[in-house]
Design a protein around this ligand. Sequence first.
Ligand code: GNR
Ligand code: NI
Length: 172
Amino acid sequence: MTIRPILTAPDPRLREVSKPVDKVDDGLRALMDDMLETMYDAPGIGLAAIQVGVPLRVIVMDLAKEDEEPAPRYFVNPEILDPSEELAVYEEGCLSVPEFFDEVERPARCRVRYLDYNGDEQVLDAEGLLATCIQHEMDHLEGVLFIDHLSRLKRERVLKKLKKEQRLAAAE
Ligand code: GNR
Ligand code: NI
């Protein structure tokens, strides 16, 4: 397993729409293993393949708390079904938008249909942080970042700061 570099905004690759996976094979499982290791190292609770530069519809996640056993989840070609009309607000962050957090409102519950690590079809009812995180990761598959749900002023302020930081880092 290998820790891969995580792309940060405004990298244009984060705006790509990811392509469906044809087959869950050993090559795809190797990608998912790397993504999980990269996510744990960051650390984060979810990661979409495009965040490591691979435009495929693949997500990994682990919502276990620090004192709990690891509980990795893998979602291949996920689809959101039946989002609730009720909304919920969570303070979100993103490994591709480092050191910035803000509240985003999304459907409080949803159902997700996907293929698991073995390529078997699964349906999961999600609520709370799981529902929020799945929707945050699904956005990445469409080239959408959580800051796109904020005002233009906030989004441009964050992007400007990230650009400046990247310019300073490159000049070192
Ligand atoms: O680590 C992460 N934490 C988080 C917190 C609230 C809502 C969504 C997330 S996902 C994020 C990791 C990430 O960027 N996934 O794409
Ligand atoms: Ni993210």
